[in-house]
Design a protein around this ligand. Sequence first.
Ligand SMILES: [Zn+2]
Length: 407
Amino acid sequence: MNVLEKRRFDADPYLAELDAVVESCQPRPEGYAIVLDQTIFFPRGGGQNCDGGTVDGLEVLDCFAENDEILHILPRPLSPGQRVRLAICMENRMSHMQHHLAQHILSALLTRLYQNDTQSAHMEEGYGHIELPRTMTPDQLEALERAANDVVARDLPVHTAYYTPEEAARIPVRGRITPHASIRLVEIEGFDINACGGTHCRSTGGIGAIVLTGTKAVRGQFRIYFKAGQAALDEQARRTGLLLSAQQALGAETGDQLPLAAEETARRLREAEARLQALTERLDAADYDRLLASADRTGSQPCIARILECCEDTKHFKAIAEQLVKNEKAVVLLALTGGDRTALLLMRPKGQKTPDLGAALRTLTGRWDGKGGGSPVMAQGQIDLVSDALLDDIRQTFSDLSAQCRT
Ligand SMILES: [Zn+2]
């Protein structure tokens, strides 16, 4: 039996089980490499993974071609001459056949409709992708998916055969032909002829459905992701769920209303953000004025020492305190209480030598098991407590710091 006749998946990719004879068995680092007199296992290559399955109940760990032989890697050795039972995982094989044929259809349509020739294609478990030299718009991709599913619905027969390079040269084959002693051509009757060594459905109807699932820019190429067969149907059902969720969330009765509903939601969000911004600015100005009005001005610089019940607004008050220090050259000592914690913000203009706000804050938080720190001119901390004793201690600390600022 020559090497091509050994590849039983070429003529009948639907053959799930087969009896074969072990021709040789060699130990290798990854297991035992078995050569059989014939096989249904597709060796990985040409952008397709190898088949999963068993040889006499032993799991096939890998399967690839080397020196014109197909090697099946098994975890245990088998004896030459031994008769064995091969079984492939048909679910996987179906998925490979559907995705491979779907790729032929998509690539043929991409060339025909958009002059966008496939540069490479790859099949993973449950999806495939095609890389193209040019990008495509969502409208073009939708039209491509419709055209591809039309080819599926027409259930065109698929024929495969080997040719010599001279014979193949006379056939109108789409795409490049890698030089080989014999060329395997896959013909989708009346639609496309392409050189390919993979496994394919016996007609386009066997694909069931094709769905384009995404795009990506990769190394200057435009990649299209697709799913075929059961994976495509699962994707469609999942999309229905996603679409209906989005419709319900945005109040769109039909999918067609989604873009408008999304635009309306975005418009209302922009309006709300603008309103929030205006209100925040007014609140900032009001709090700024309120704190400045409460300043003790008996010293050389205004001193603001306040305990406020609004711990959750620490960020807001920190920004205001920074403005008061910058614009009014004020000393700002704030304790913000709320729930069961007290935030502390101490700030003063640069230039003076004392007081050291960081040291004062560490002394205060040290007494109350708090955390925080800072520099002589800016310190921030937190104590996980609100109590009269703590507030009295804070008042005393603020009073001492204010006195130091006045001198
Ligand atoms: Zn193919």
